[in-house]
Write a protein that binds this ligand. Structure first.
Ligand code: ZN
Ligand code: ZN
Length: 363
């Protein structure tokens, strides 16, 4: 089983999770499988982690006991017959009264059922847990770089298909097949291949449209490796494009480069967003860049931190996030350029590998 964890990482995370107990909580229950994997190394699809003063307990059912024994680092591994009863027994055993839980990882109906099983006072949590995952360890960054390397290799293999007449969906499919062939666990999300006027759709998933000469095509794709994701957007020209499209491209690239250059520890994420956003606005495209500049990437494709005008955090060493400005003009087309960076002591390092200089692929 490929794993992006070392024992020290897991112990460190468990210590940080135990730190949540100082908020007057006797235990915290983690339902989200990304959190479960993050805290104890379990890669299966059903399990719960309970952190309390007595340690870190992993609970799962009979299907996963063998896997858990091989993968999980925990004070105790408990097998339950029924999940809610298992959680209830655990909370009673550790004598918990005030219990934190991941409010965004359980449905209202599941939570109502759980409440029926045990009489404790529940405290919903989310921000506290997201912030923990925003800072990546060297092993996590290495897994992300494996994913970005596979992405670059797959893109190079599929590039010859970027010619007039090719169908967007076929390009998306070939990219996915290539990624899997190269060793990726899965595609990271449904790929965006948006050519010509469709480029104005920031989330234009690949359609049956054929590429045509004179268009830009925006390809937003990525893969998962050892649980970690890559996320990258390339926009290329199919043959010669109009001066208008070229000007859009150059504007987005400059906004992207300027934002990258200001990434460093201590810089407000809001400010990194503003550098790109202001450049695009002054160039006259202010109405055509509606989304945030970037987002954290890790066990999930979208996780903390958010890089947008509403960001409240500062860049910190070990944070991994995207820089992805875009311009989308209805009836004309669009450009997005996306790279992933990690914040380092002396600034940043780019994790994605595909060059973003303007390129025209065929005459
Ligand atoms: Zn993307
Ligand atoms: Zn993204």
């Amino acid at each position: 089983m490929k794993s992006a964890y070392c024992r020290e990482d897991l112990l460190h995370r468990q210590q940080r999770a135990s730190g949540l107990l100082t908020e007057g909580l006797d235990a915290v229950v983690f339902f989200d499988l990304h959190s479960v994997r993050y805290l104890c190394g379990f890669t299966g699809t059903d399990g719960v982690v309970v952190v309390s003063a007595t340690g870190v307990e992993f609970l799962t059912d009979s299907r996963y006991v063998v896997q858990a024994e091989a993968e999980v680092l925990a004070t105790r591994i408990t097998r339950y017959n029924e999940k809610n009863s298992g959680i209830a027994d655990c909370l009673k055993r550790v004598q918990a009264q005030r219990v934190g839980y991941e409010a965004n990882a359980i449905t209202c109906s599941s939570f109502a059922e759980l409440e029926n099983h045990v009489d404790v006072s529940w405290v919903g949590m989310s921000v506290e847990l997201n912030a923990m995952r925003a800072l990546k360890s060297p092993a996590e960054i290495a897994a992300i770089e494996s994913a970005t390397t596979l992405s670059a290799q797959a893109f190079a293999a599929v590039e010859p298909l970027l010619t007039p007449g090719q169908v967007e969906r076929d390009i998306a499919l070939e990219l996915e097949i290539e990624l899997r062939r190269l060793g990726a666990d899965a595609r990271a999300f449904e790929f965006i291949v948006a050519s010509g006027e469709r480029g104005a759709l920031p989330h234009g998933v690949a359609s049956t449209k054929r590429l045509a000469a004179g268009e830009l095509v925006t390809i937003d794709f990525g893969c998962r490796f050892a649980g970690y994701h890559s996320d990258e957007t390339v926009t290329v020209a199919i043959g010669d494009v109009s001066a208008r499209l070229r000007a859009m491209y150059d504007t987005v690239l400059e906004a992207h480069d300027r934002a990258l250059q200001c990434v460093a520890p201590g810089v407000p994420l809001r400010e990194i967003d503003a550098v790109a956003r202001d450049y695009i606005r002054v160039a006259g495209y202010g109405d055509y860049f509606g989304h945030g500049l970037g987002h954290g990437v890790g066990l999930k494709v979208h996780e903390a931190p958010v890089v947008s005008p509403r960001s409240e955090s500062l860049a910190e060493v070990g944070m991994v996030f995207t820089i992805e400005p875009g311009i989308y003009i209805p009836g004309c087309g669009g450009v997005r350029i996306e790279d992933m960076v990690v914040v380092t002591d002396d600034g940043f390092r780019t994790l994605t590998r595909i060059p973003k200089k303007f390129r025209s692929l065929v005459a």
